[in-house]
Design a protein around this ligand. Structure first.
Ligand code: ADP
Length: 179
């Protein structure tokens, strides 16, 4: 991708819960905003409290969750926004569909690679503990699968790098580092 500019694009973050999607998206947002871009952080957890509140975690509902997210992202992109979308999006076919809805030329997939044991030890939202206790079901990585992306544009191993280094690497790999 060229230097970031006012043309819209989507950075689609995928990975397990606790892999660092929200953390890195927030950091990248600040960085892009300092460059004068209009950035929208489209957060999976937030969408599930409103637009997608009627959906659960079955494969069909996950597919619909991602389809709606991609349609919202497309609307924003067409207005010139840089959309940072943070969704576990565990299924390859759903991520492919999102790429297709948004347009492959303005879609970059970022896989945040992190072993489940590390995500679980972070347990930012206490969800792994609940899933292990059987209080929630269909939890990705526990009793629902995560399909590792085949060809993401960027892979960041968030168990290997501190946050600031991770965001620097992310930026450099997404954009021309002369920016
Ligand atoms: P997700 O949005 O993927 O569920 P979060 O961003 O909410 O994950 O949580 C990730 C947690 O991991 C945060 O507490 C963050 O500080 C920590 N962390 C440690 N190293 C990294 C890294 N390199 N990138 C992102 N997060 C990291």
């Amino acid at each position: 991708m060229d230097l970031p500019d006012q043309r819209g694009f989507v950075i689609w973050f995928t990975g397990l819960s606790g892999a660092g999607k929200t953390t890195l998206a927030q950091k990248l947002k600040s960085r892009l905003e300092r460059q004068g871009l209009n950035v929208y952080l489209l957060d999976g957890d937030v969408l599930r409290t409103g637009l997608n509140a009627d959906l659960g975690f079955s494969p069909a509902d996950r597919r619909e969750n991602i389809r709606r997210a991609a349609e919202v992202a497309r609307l924003l992109v067409e207005e010139g926004y840089c959309v940072l979308a943070t969704f576990i999006s565990p299924f390859h076919a759903d991520r492919q569909k999102a790429r297709q809805i948004i347009g492959a030329h303005r879609f970059k997939e970022v896989y945040l690679k992190c072993p489940i044991a590390i995500c679980e030890s972070r347990d930012v939202k206490g969800l792994y503990q609940k899933a292990r206790a059987g209080l929630i079901s269909d939890f990705t990585g526990i009793d629902s699968p995560y399909e590792v992306p085949d060809h993401p544009e960027v892979v960041i191993a968030t168990d290997q790098l501190p946050v600031e280094e991770a965001v620097n690497k992310l930026y450099d790999e997404l954009f021309d580092s002369n920016g």
